[in-house]
Unconditional design. Structure first.
Length: 79
């Protein structure tokens, strides 16, 4: 019974992540990168990344959230 509940929860979590588009974006950023914030423009995202360099270093990137929300840019950082 516990295995069925765990399998159902894992399936629901995966379906939720796929519907939000987070799985594809996380794979594009690569291992070791974490989503730090969301921004309305690429320039705003780059400015936030540059402002946080003392915290997370020079390794950060900005990428579009994807087809569902092309107007949102995600700041990925590496701690």
């Amino acid at each position: 019974m516990y295995r069925r509940i765990a399998a159902a929860l894992a399936t629901a979590a995966t379906a939720g992540a796929l519907s939000l588009g987070t799985v594809g974006t996380a794979e594009a950023a690569g291992p070791g990168f974490y989503a730090r914030s969301h921004h309305a423009s690429y320039a705003e995202c780059q400015a936030a990344g540059a402002a946080g360099r003392p915290i997370w270093g020079a390794l950060y990137l900005c990428e579009s959230f994807g087809p569902p929300r092309p107007d949102v840019y995600v700041l990925w950082v590496r701690f």
